[in-house]
Design a protein around this ligand. Structure first.
Ligand code: PLP
Length: 392
């Protein structure tokens, strides 16, 4: 008898995690790495958030809570989202999860049956694909153009809609390209989907890391609410990746189903993390603006650095903390054929950690997370420049 199920065999280990593992191995051997691999803030979690968790532990707030999270944390999420984006949700339309990834995973599990089609723009965050496939869904990709900053329009998405389309996943600002869906495009996509009864899973993990213009959310389109599920995370906004704090906002029926699933798997997210999240969401928000300002400086620094590497081209990201340079100019040089070759050789020869674009559905790019110190950017760019110069 076979050991593993078909559904586990349909998915891969997260590519970013695989790269992180390879990098950790080199690090353990004492190699000094310029690490642009993992997508997480280099900042410490702000003091008042840590203090709230410590106080929760000291007060013995260490037991099971309601599966969907205590009402106060859900209220804090609802209020923050309403204040910042103009959405209107109730506590019953909110579930707190052990990280944003679990919110996405559970939303897909409760919405997608075998054979249901899910539309996904390229480049996509690695986990979208595997999470859909794990649920038995069929992914329908929508290609975008680098020359148009990876823009996605309602027409492009509508072209992929069939009678089997159940959902569309959008992620703006995006991982990996840092691209943004403009308000007008977002509105037309949401309305097009709503009119056709298609659900929108809006991944807002990076919504506070938008570098120009207003931050927009499909959650403000109140008349389309019935088809919108917002997936959020405190990981990047508040430098809380390790805490595992995420949430979903959406129609009560879907949120209840997600809570039911959670009741048979993780149960509640950690009790003290819920308290820390309340502090994050209701406390001072200056830390968010400060970190955003810092990311803009780091983005500009790495883009300036890239200009000193002949052959490397890169769109200007409008949000998140990733750059997605095109490395196709180096294909055919020094035995390099693919972006994966570039990533592997950068790691082994230049000790620079990047993630190959194949993991995000494109063949000519590598992704670098610039949520690192300026020194790492300078050193990494120098190593890349030397590496690529040797190839030529
Ligand atoms: N969505 C996107 C697009 C991401 O890049 C990530 C993390 O990298 C997540 C969701 C999940 O974040 P977390 O599970 O840490 O909340």
């Amino acid at each position: 008898k076979k050991v593993l199920t078909d559904r586990i065999n349909r998915i891969e280990v997260s590519a970013t995690m695989a790269i992180t593992a390879a990098a950790l191995k080199l690090k353990a051997e004492g190699v000094n790495l310029a690490d642009f691999g993992a997508g997480e803030p280099h900042f410490a979690t702000p003091r008042h958030i840590k203090d709230a968790a410590i106080a929760a532990i000291e007060a013995n707030f260490t037991r099971y809570t309601a599966v969907a999270g205590v009402p106060q944390v859900r209220q804090a999420i609802v209020d923050r989202h309403a204040a910042d984006f103009g959405s209107q949700y109730t506590v019953d339309e909110c579930v707190f999860t052990t990280g944003g990834k679990l919110a996405l995973f559970n939303a897909v599990q409760v919405l997608i049956d075998h054979g249901d089609e899910v539309i996904l723009p390229v480049p996509y965050w690695v986990s979208f694909l595997d999470i859909i496939q794990y649920a038995g869904g069929v992914v329908k990709l929508v290609e975008s153009k680098e020359s148009e900053n990876f823009r996605i329009t309602a027409e492009m998405i509508a072209a992929q809609v069939t009678e089997k389309t159940k959902a569309i996943i959008l992620n703006s600002p995006s991982n990996p390209a840092g691209s943004i869906i403009e308000q007008a495009d977002l509105e037309s996509i949401v309305r097009m989907a709503h009119e056709r009864g298609i659900y929108l899973l809006l991944d807002e993990t990076y919504s506070y890391l938008t570098f120009q213009g207003d931050i927009v959310s499909g959650g403000s389109l109140l008349d389309c609410k019935e088809h919108i599920i917002i997936l959020g995370s405190l990981s990047k906004t508040y430098a809380m990746t390790g805490w595992r704090a995420g949430f979903a906002l959406g129609p009560k029926q879907i949120i209840s189903a997600m809570s039911k699933l959670q009741s048979q798997s993780t149960s509640n997210a950690a009790s003290m993390v819920q308290k820390a999240s309340i502090a994050a969401l209701t406390g001072p928000q200056e830390c968010v603006a400060e970190m955003r300002a810092n990311y803009i400086e780091l983005r500009d620094r790495i883009l300036e650095g890239f200009k000193t590497i002949p052959g490397l081209t890169c769109t200007t990201p409008q949000g998140a903390f990733y750059v997605y340079p095109n490395v196709s100019a180096f294909f055919g040089k020094g035995g390099i054929k693919t972006a994966s070759d570039v990533a592997a050789r950068l790691l082994s020869e230049a000790h620079v950690v990047v993630v190959p674009g194949e993991a995000f559905g494109t063949s000519e790019h590598i992704r670098l997370s610039y949520a690192v110190s300026p020194d790492v950017i300078d050193e990494g760019v120098k190593r890349m420049r030397e590496f690529f110069a040797k190839l030529a």
